[in-house]
Ligand binder design. Structure first.
Ligand code: AMP
Ligand code: GLY
Length: 417
């Protein structure tokens, strides 16, 4: 089989790696990919926004299966375009991807299907938004309605902070059209869990849980990022917690999408706050999490290509998972998620068990930075403690003049802080 992965980040490197391990896969292409992926895939220089160009490539090369990593092409309708061209593709249509693309849609959908989530208020009007914030008081959560690369959320601990976030979104259009509306949400307290599932219509096959680290700096300080590191499993939760989240969130969401005529095929990701009263949905994503994919896929012992083909043909695959723990740490350009410089020499890369490259380019025989999140290094071990120690030891090999990484990935599980 020839497989095409769409995207260019660490998640797509992990997908390309995992697919390349499959005995039924003869060749993996990745479009546009990045030079760090050349160890597992052939790069195709077609941008992920060029839907027609990608489907023409897939037809000409007789690609047997396309897997879409990021949300932007999904919401632009890449799956619709591929399906119309008669191509086999794993991912949601743009109608189904709306569960990620519009937070107000997701909230309204959850309300209709009694999927547990915080209370919310949607508006396009700044004054109305301010009135609502003053009525509710802080802490309160302000979100741009549309896609904002994980950066459109402010957890405000004062009314002033909430109003400043509303002003950024509604008055200064910080997120462009994605911020034409805001969702103002009840603040939820608890421990977070990223729970992803392979979904095809009513069929939901859950993965093992993971925990991301959204804040830029140690101790969960600093601005929200796309994710600075992750680990799996999450020992704060047991199988009964996971089963409850599947029963109360993922299964009703998949079935609700079918009932709504938006049947979902792909990876459904529930970002959950595990509260004293049970799981509450913070967000849905219509794809693998990044960096969750980089720590969950190394634990998957099943053949990913076979799993996806089985799902697409209406079967329910049985997954096998390694009992080992995987912990991954992101190295990001200094300045990220704010402005940062590109083209900085990286020097030697860490020789970690898993090294997934995201924002890096090749130059003069070495790597230079080319994006915010540059790479993720991960290790697998029988305990999270061992995986954490191993990864940080490997990261000492990295020249940190131009990149930084959090030193506390996994501490919530290991030190129970
Ligand atoms: P999101 O981009 O929706 O995943 O939000 C980014 C982060 O903001 C989440 O991982 C949470 O840590 C936090 N967050 C989002 N919504 C809420 C909420 N309603 N209550 C508390 N924290 C939240
Ligand atoms: N790591 C969170 C996300 O992919 O949205």
């Amino acid at each position: 089989m020839k497989v095409l992965v769409i995207g260019s980040g660490g998640r797509e490197h992990a997908l390309a790696w995992k697919l390349s391990e499959s005995p039924v896969v003869s060749k993996v292409y990745v479009a546009p990919g990045n030079p760090g992926m050349e160890n597992v895939a052939e790069l195709v220089s077609i941008n992920e926004a060029d839907l027609k160009g990608l489907s023409t490539f897939a037809q000409e090369q007789a690609i047997d299966l396309t897997v879409v990593g990021p949300e932007v092409p999904l919401l632009a309708g890449i799956v619709n375009v591929f399906q119309e061209a008669g191509l086999r593709v794993f991912g949601p249509t743009k109608e189904a991807a709306l569960i990620e693309g519009s937070k107000s849609f997701a909230k309204e959908f959850m309300q209709r299907y009694q999927i547990p989530s915080g209370s919310y208020f949607v508006t396009t009007d700044f004054d109305e938004a301010v009135t609502h914030v003053k009525q509710q008081g802080a802490p309160i959560v302000i979100k741009a309605d549309g896609l904002a690369a994980g950066k459109g959320v402010t957890v405000a601990f004062s009314e002033e902070e909430a109003i400043a976030a509303l002003s950024d979104i509604l008055k200064d259009s910080k997120f462009g059209d994605a911020g034409a509306q805001v969702v103002i949400e009840e603040y939820l307290e608890g421990e977070e869990l990223s729970l992803m599932a392979f979904v095809h219509g009513d069929t939901v096959v859950p993965m093992v849980g993971a925990q991301d680290h959204k804040r830029a700096f140690d101790g969960d300080k600093g601005p929200n990022t796309g994710g600075m590191g992750a680990y799996s499993p999450v020992p704060q939760f047991d199988q009964a917690d996971i089963d409850q989240a599947v029963r109360e969130v993922l299964q009703p969401a998949a079935s609700g999408m079918v009932k709504d005529g938006r049947s979902f095929t792909g990876i459904l990701y529930a970002g959950l706050m595990m509260t004293g009263a049970g799981p509450r949905v913070i967000e849905f994503n219509a794809r693998f999490g990044d960096p969750e994919a980089q720590v969950v896929l190394p634990r998957l012992e099943s053949d990913l290509a076979v799993v996806l083909l089985d799902l697409l043909s209406g079967e329910t695959p049985d997954l096998t998972w390694s009992d080992d723990a995987v912990l991954g740490v992101v190295a990001a350009s200094k300045g990220y998620p704010g402005p940062y410089e590109k083209g900085k020499q990286l020097g030697m890369l860490p020789d970690a068990a898993y090294l997934f490259i995201a924002g890096a380019d090749r130059k003069n025989g070495g790597y230079v930075t080319a994006g915010g999140r540059v790479l993720l290094a991960a290790e697998k071990a029988s305990t999270l403690e061992e995986a954490q120690a191993a990864v940080y030891q490997k990261l000492e090999q990295l020249d940190d003049r131009h990149v930084f990484y959090r030193k506390d990935i996994g501490d919530r599980a290991i030190k129970r802080i």
